[in-house]
Design a protein around this ligand. Structure first.
Ligand code: 0WD
Length: 255
């Protein structure tokens, strides 16, 4: 019961396959109290069901592309939870065509959208979460992918947005460290989720990874869940500004 007496907010559950769901399950298993966001009515029912299975009825609507939604989210959270020990940010989005065509055809609007939702949202959320974490300290965890460092066909603008997200993790960690708030990213190997299916050639990524990864397999979502738990827990209390790879070792291989 590593997380007994700890409470936090999970953002980015779309359905049972979501990485955010796996992290929530691991946190729940260790006794954490959870609250969830959902993105609009489209996903409310899914998130409601998942929350209830994990003993939670704390749900908040939040579209992270809207400043007012982020502000209201943390005002509402504060009424239910006067402090937060952790915040899980598992949110990303890019236009489908930007994940299908050649990277050089990315439009200004597509570039802005991917960065706004996939990278800026972490900054906006961290800023609003800060007052709820300042007193006791806290942990913020986001999700990234190897396509931020190396070219992965089809990942395109999302790779550039993830590079921005990882840099934001470091700058946020430097700012928030004085308040004992840690900010880290988990770089997960490919997992078959709703978001992943939007990437053209994702099936190929799932095929190629086990051929090269030292563990000779793809990562399982529950393994990312447990790494998320670790990053939210006191066991990682000396770690901030870091990217932790949970990818069966794929990132260390040169050829
Ligand atoms: O292989 C993978 N699945 C990997 C995912 C490998 C490495 C990293 N990741 C990252 C993703 O880039 C993302 O940051 O993990 C994070 C979680 O993604 P996921 O679990 O793979 O995908 P999914 O279950 O689809 O959850 C992402 C959710 C959205 O779902 P959909 O598919 O409906 O877009 O992000 C949320 C939404 O729930 N989201 C938003 N939430 C609030 N406001 C917004 C928004 N504007 N846009 C997307």
């Amino acid at each position: 019961m590593l997380m007994q007496g700890k409470q936090g907010l999970i953002c980015g559950v779309a359905n049972k396959r979501s990485i955010a769901h796996a992290i929530a399950k691991s946190l729940h298993r260790e006794g954490a109290k959870l609250a969830f966001t959902y993105q609009g009515e489209r996903l409310k029912k899914n998130v409601e069901e998942i929350a209830s299975e994990l003993g939670s009825s704390l749900l908040y609507n939040c579209d992270v592309s809207k400043d007012e939604d982020i502000k209201k989210l943390f005002e509402d959270v504060k009424k239910d939870m006067p402090y937060l020990d952790f915040l899980v940010h598992a949110i990303a989005f890019a236009n489908k065509e930007d994940l299908e065509k050649n990277f050089h055809t990315t439009t200004r609007d597509g570039f802005k959208l991917a960065h706004d939702i996939s990278a800026y949202s972490l900054i906006g959320m961290a800023r609003e979460a800060m007052p709820l974490m300042q007193e006791k300290g806290g942990a913020i965890v986001t999700l990234t992918y190897y396509g931020s460092e190396k070219v992965v066909p089809g990942y395109n603008v999302m790779g550039v947005a993830k590079a921005s997200l990882e840099a934001s993790v470091r700058y946020l960690a430097a700012d928030l460290g004085a308040s004992n708030i840690r900010v880290n990213a988990i770089s997960a190997g490919p997992i078959n989720t709703l978001a992943a299916r939007g990437i053209s050639g994702f099936t190929k990524i799932l095929e190629i990874t086990p051929q090269k990864a030292p563990l000779r397999r793809n990562v399982e979502v529950d393994e990312v869940g447990d790494a998320g738990l670790f990053m939210c827990s006191p066991w990682s209390r000396g770690i901030t500004g870091e990217v932790l790879y949970v990818d069966c070792g794929y990132n260390i291989v040169g050829m």
